[in-house]
Design a binder for this molecule. Structure first.
Ligand code: NAG
Ligand code: NAG
Ligand code: NAG
Ligand code: NAG
Ligand code: NAG
Ligand code: NAG
Ligand code: NAG
Length: 371
């Protein structure tokens, strides 16, 4: 009896050992991987970092991350929309999908990724998720995302209307996300992506306008700044804004913009406490985003058929500060709070309000920006 048990234990240990340690040699003659399906991504990783992201938390990282949302949320449990979720359709059918009104600007991302689809033997859905996960590692404070391989190429374009927009009400946004399989908490958690977001469609010269004062850091600053009272729009604009999707920002003079949808979600009774919970907890924000992205990256996919190649994703740069701080010139009296939980005590940046870095061509690329 005892002997049998020992044998069984040994056999089990051997099996576990094999699973952990047997690695395949990749055709490139350089790398080894846990599964040969991961091999193609070594060269793709180098190509993306060198030739697209330039190892920076650049505008191209933001565009790539944006594609994961516009691809993945094109899915409907109710059958109201015919999209296949995270299947690469926005890249394979870019002519059709980037023309949808809520996908305005996503052609920057699909144009950037298209050459990588030609150069590497991967599917469009895998490429979109991989590019976002790799790009994010250049952004201080981003979590290390899971990366699964094996999403088949989409065979049809998604249907227009499935992507909520910045002018939508909280009711509309939450209903659409629920139909795509997401809870209201997950909607808020995914919005951590706006910490590195910019819009280059609201001003005529395509200057990229950031959503928070630290657009190259994946940090909690975004969640704090959206809670501050808005006063103006950047650049003293009077022309029509993105169809009602823009609203007054607290740092307009510094060049920061705010989406109506972020403003509303930060103050709605269903989402305000989830929103507020992250302002003083970088670790929570990272973990919340990581788990929500696991879901977004696999919408519409049979996960049992995908292969875990997360080993290809390096550890991202560490966060530069632990908690959000009130930007210079603002303080807690400007908070618009609706969550009943006490608001944490946060420091205020010293000195005058600082200009958010801008680049001449709208390509907010750290190397090209004045320091
Ligand atoms: C599907 O569309 C119908 C008609 O527009 C709408 O009434 C219904 O609420 C939608 N269902 C979901 C789950 O969004
Ligand atoms: C893009 O959409 C507009 C209307 O929204 C339509 O007139 C145009 O034909 C579309 N272009 C393509 C390439 O589908
Ligand atoms: C997916 O589509 C791309 C672009 O057409 C192609 O290069 C790639 O070989 C396809 N992958 C598979 C597995 O069919
Ligand atoms: C944007 O336009 C909408 C109407 O379309 C308006 O209600 C809103 O105040 C405008 N936002 C700004 C910042 O001007
Ligand atoms: C509006 O213009 C004035 C004067 O040109 C400038 O001082 C101010 O900072 C501008 N405001 C915004 C929000 O851009
Ligand atoms: C916030 O700043 C305003 C003026 O800049 C000041 O009057 C107010 O006392 C400050 N409030 C807090 C809570 O520090
Ligand atoms: C961040 O804020 C929380 C409280 O809101 C506090 O417990 C924590 O110590 C702060 N972290 C640092 C490093 O200041």
């Amino acid at each position: 009896m005892v002997f049998k048990l020992t044998l069984a234990t040994v056999a089990l240990a051997a099996l576990v050992g094999a699973a952990n340690y047997r690695r395949v040699s990749c055709p490139d003659g350089i790398n080894t991987a846990t599964n040969e399906a991961c091999c193609a991504f070594f060269a793709l990783r180098d190509d993306l970092q060198t030739n697209l992201f330039e190892n920076e938390c650049s505008e191209d990282v933001h565009e790539s991350l944006r594609l994961t949302f516009h691809d993945g949320v094109s899915f409907s449990k109710s059958g109201n929309f015919s999209g296949g979720g995270a299947d690469g359709s926005i890249l394979l059918f870019a002519d059709i999908e980037t023309n949808f009104s809520e996908n305005l600007g996503t052609e920057d991302g699909t144009d950037a990724l298209a050459p990588f689809l030609t150069r590497h033997l991967v599917t469009a859905g895998d490429l979109i998720q991989f590019a976002a996960a790799i790009g994010l590692t250049n952004c201080p404070g981003a979590p290390r995302l899971q990366f699964l391989v094996g999403r088949p190429n989409a065979t049809a374009a998604a249907e227009d209307g499935a992507i909520p927009g910045p002018a939508d009400s909280v009711d509309t946004i939450l209903a659409r996300f629920a139909d795509a399989g997401f809870t209201s908490d997950e909607v808020v958690r995914l919005l951590a992506s706006h910490s590195i977001a910019r819009s280059d469609t609201i001003v005529p010269n395509h200057q990229a306008v950031p959503f928070d004062s630290t657009p190259f850091n994946f940090d909690t600053q975004f969640f704090l700044e959206v809670l501050l009272r808005g006063t103006a729009v950047p650049f003293n604009r009077t022309e029509p804004n993105i169809s009602g999707g823009e609203i007054d920002s607290p740092l307009a003079a510094e060049g920061e913009m705010r989406l109506q949808s972020d403003f509303a979600l930060a103050r709605d009774s269903r989402t305000a406490c989830e929103w507020q919970s992250m302002v003083d907890d970088q670790t929570l924000m990272m973990e919340n985003f990581r788990t929500s992205m696991m879901k977004l990256s696999n919408v519409g996919q049979d996960i049992s058929k995908l292969i875990d190649c997360s080993e290809l994703i390096p550890e991202p740069l560490p966060a530069t500060k632990p908690n959000a701080t009130f930007p210079a010139g603002t303080n807690s009296s400007e908070l618009q709070l609706t969550c009943a939980s006490p608001f944490p005590s946060l420091a205020t940046d010293p000195g005058q309000a600082t200009q958010i870095p801008e680049c001449p061509d709208g390509d907010l690329n750290l190397a090209d920006c004045p320091s």
